[in-house]
Design a protein around this ligand. Structure first.
Ligand SMILES: Cc1cc2nc3c(=O)[nH]c(=O)nc-3n(C[C@H](O)[C@H](O)[C@H](O)COP(=O)(O)OP(=O)(O)OC[C@H]3O[C@@H](n4cnc5c(N)ncnc54)[C@H](O)[C@@H]3O)c2cc1C
Ligand code: FES
Length: 501
């Protein structure tokens, strides 16, 4: 029996930090407890700055709890793109930053004996398509010119032949939750504090204060590490990056690939990595699509499962999960000052599915900016850098399926409308030509929602794999009961009263 759950979350205990219950005044406030937040908080506290981290849920249950956990500078074919778009000097900042992130994680693991299934591994990008050989060749020249530890290969340990590929040496992999949970403990031991179930609701840049449900935090520096920046007033991060969902399937069996990390540069991207933990698994990743824009999320899982079973016939499927990450218009994350209006509000976001290194880079860059006023990598990651207007127009075009106002009081909902919805199933139903989102839980309790996204009024879509409502425009995601999870909406979906059913 396989599970729709992340192996990383399944194999670790939940954390249990307290909720904030008083007003506080600190040097640095970090908002968000994924790899960006915990790394940044740890590094700032190490510098002797009084640092507090708040997390709206429990730490490391967000994107970092659903990653594949490759720690690598091999970000598909990014270096030829970076040299073409930014020139060699800025491209080298990206390469150097990611290599430093690998060294930083390695040192933290070794110095602190962090038990997180860490191992040094080669990382490959490959093609099985003759048409992509020239792209691989170009990438080799680009990556070598930036000093990356890379070489050409024409064969690998994958259970099929390749046309060509690149091998990056001395890259790494780990169990992301084991690493983050321990780094959080080290942060606390150094004098930091973590408050869970403490959501940042508002930020006032003029007073440098963040409010939670019951308290106010005053901070000299505020670091927004909430995946999509929970506060970005007037700076339209939703128009500068797009959310992409992709899927992971974990298989078990004697014959599975046991070393190396792989990604293909072909049309249907495929990713592989072995997990040498309490369970031995091979993770397959792929089937990426814009969040909320898949007809049927379950079919993506099935395609990955069939692919895994076509390569290894004697294996069992153990895990399936999915999550989303933001990809910026020029493929480079936004790390540094949120905008040029304030000199003490920082952000790290838009990692394009390479957040283990880039999230660590965020910690390094933001720590340096706060403590020294500069960073060797600040220019390439600068969130205020110029970006292509055409790319921005494309993202705006995605918002066209927005719809008009929705007035719930006009509906008459009867049992007949929902009788076809089975337990653990969600559906959009139409009543009086208006769309209503319905979810029936395993105890037969019904949740009904206005499917209009609070951000810019697109219609959210049901995601059968994650049991979430996902917005196709800028990727806001909501729980089955409408509670906001991630994205620019930053508000719950409107609930529809069903007392009369
Ligand atoms: C399928 C998939 C596989 C991937 N595999 C890899 C990989 O192998 N290697 C790699 O480098 N990258 C990978 N990535 C990318 C990587 O996982 C992400 O870039 C990274 O985890 C993002 O980390 P984060 O800390 O920015 O966000 P998150 O981990 O999402 O953390 C943000 C936190 O902020 C909290 N939060 C949000 N709003 C508030 C608020 N208002 N107040 C308080 N807290 C708040 C959230 O609850 C959450 O805990 C993958 C991505 C996907 C989609
Ligand atoms: S309309 Fe922008 S996230 Fe939904």
């Amino acid at each position: 029996m396989h599970e729709y759950n992340s192996y990383w979350i399944k194999s670790t205990s939940s954390t249990d930090y307290p909720t904030l219950s008083q007003d506080i005044n600190v040097d640095c406030l970090v908002i968000g407890g994924g790899i960006t937040g915990i790394t940044t908080a740890y590094l700032l506290q190490q510098e002797g700055l009084k640092t507090v981290l708040i997390e709206k849920d429990r730490i490391c249950l967000g994107t970092t709890g659903h990653t594949t956990g490759k720690i690598t500078s091999c970000h598909n074919l990014i270096y030829s793109h970076l040299i073409d778009s930014f020139g060699k000097q800025l491209a080298k900042q990206y390469a150097d930053a990611n290599q430093q992130a690998i060294r930083t994680i390695t040192k933290l693991v070794n110095d602190n004996n962090i038990d997180c299934d860490f191992s040094i591994q080669p990382s490959y990008v490959y093609t099985t398509d003759k048409n992509n050989i020239a792209r691989i060749n170009k990438e080799l020249v680009a990556a070598l010119s930036l000093g990356l530890p890379v070489e050409f290969v024409d064969s690998t340990d994958l259970p099929f032949g390749i046309e060509s590929g690149l091998r990056y040496h001395d890259q790494a992999q780990f169990h992301p939750r084991k690493y983050i949970i321990k780094l959080a403990e080290l942060f606390i031991n150094n004098g930091g504090a973590i408050y869970e179930n403490t959501k940042a609701i508002n930020l006032d840049p003029n007073t440098s204060q963040v409010t939670t449900k019951n308290n106010t935090i005053t901070a000299k520096n505020i670091i927004i590490a909430t995946h999509y920046p929970f506060y970005a007033k007037g700076h339209m991060y939703f128009a500068k990056m797009s959310p992409y969902t992709s899927y992971v399937t974990g298989i078990k069996g004697d014959s599975i690939l046991k070393k190396g990390m792989y990604i293909s540069c072909d049309h249907d991207t495929r990713s592989f990595r072995y997990v040498d933990s309490d369970e031995k698994l091979l993770l397959f990743g792929g089937q990426s699509h814009k969040t909320g824009q898949s007809e049927d999320e379950l079919s993506n899982v099935e395609i990955l499962q069939k692919y895994a079973q076509s390569l290894y016939t004697d294996v069992s499927i153990k895990y399936n999960w999915s999550t989303q990450d933001y990809i910026t218009v020029d493929l480079v994350p936004y790390i540094g000052l949120l905008n040029n209006d304030y000199d003490n509000i920082y952000v790290g976001t838009g990692y394009g599915k390479w957040g283990m290194t880039n999230g660590t880079v965020a910690g390094l860059v933001i720590k340096d900016l706060i403590t020294t006023g500069t960073s060797p990598y600040k220019d390439i990651y600068n969130p205020s850098r110029s970006f292509t207007l055409n790319s921005m127009k494309n993202i705006y075009a995605d918002t066209i399926n927005s719809s008009g106002e929705f007035i719930t009081s006009r509906f008459k909902i009867s049992k007949a409308h929902v009788e076809n919805i089975r337990p653990a199933e969600g559906k959009t139903i139409k009543i009086d030509n208006k769309k209503i989102g319905v979810y029936r839980d395993t105890n037969n309790k019904l949740y009904m929602l206005n499917t209009t996204c609070p951000h810019m009024k697109c219609k959210v879509q049901w995601n059968e794999v994650e049991k979430t409502w996902d917005c196709p425009c800028h990727g806001s995601r909501f729980n089955y009961d409408g509670t906001f999870i991630d994205g620019p909406a930053n508000k719950d979906l409107e609930k529809i009263s069903i007392d009369d059913l």
